[in-house]
Design a protein around this ligand. Sequence first.
Ligand SMILES: C[S@@+](CC[C@H](N)C(=O)[O-])C[C@H]1O[C@@H](n2cnc3c(N)ncnc32)[C@H](O)[C@@H]1O
Length: 263
Amino acid sequence: MNSWMISGVFAIFVLLASTGLFFFVVTRGALVLRGLSADSKSESSHVYPIYSNMRLIKLVDFQPIISAILLFQYHHLVSKIVSELKQMDLRKKKVLITSCAFGNVIPRVVKAAVESGAERVLIADIIQNELTHAKSKLREYDGKVEFVEDNATAMKLKDGGVDANVIFFLLHELPHDLKGQALNEAGRMLAPGGKLFLAEFHRPQLWVLRALSWTYFKVFEPLGLALWDTHDPLNYLEATGGWTCERTTYFFGNFQIIAATKK
Ligand SMILES: C[S@@+](CC[C@H](N)C(=O)[O-])C[C@H]1O[C@@H](n2cnc3c(N)ncnc32)[C@H](O)[C@@H]1O
């Protein structure tokens, strides 16, 4: 190996290591520190700084980075939700997006909902900065979209008030006792026949991927691993008995979209 190659490999290593360190500091690292402080328990204490600090939100919300984090499956996952929404007749109906997410998922979901006739799209998030940031992506839908500061696990919306609800990669970030609560709330707010679309991580079939994924969760997002077994959202919904569920997996089972229809 000549010195150019050694320098190149070293530069890539430094880049990957510093990216990993950055993400650790603005996600799990910050939560560990927060846990040490006396006032660590609030309803948003599980939320990473990456979602609450406006500078960090703007720094990270760059489509190639977001797609890479989801192993370039982001587009497929969003497309599945969009195509399901497009098949629904949402005239005079409301669509809810429970919690914001980076990338173009929100504009694509809003577009699909509006094209299917939805009279209003509600976007709820526990962090005001996330709502402000989402609003900046949705200027062309002024008047159609409403932004609500609310908690997915105890929402202010009335029972049966929406006909579709999209939850994109929220559950794996919630403490375990709140995962079921968020699903219960999703069910409460949906009208009968309404659809819940859940995008989440899933237990990969390939052992190599499973090992890498397990390491990722252990380091960055320890609350996510339970979705593989004890807190599988599909099992949870089916156990409540009020849903018909369909699961589609992506990238050797590493990701899933659950489309659940409320009976
Ligand atoms: C959906 S999750 C993660 C999305 C995913 N990592 C991405 O951006 O592609 C992040 C969002 O959930 C929000 N959030 C976290 N806990 C919440 C809760 N209990 N209720 C509502 N929103 C919540 C955060 O404020 C943040 O906007």
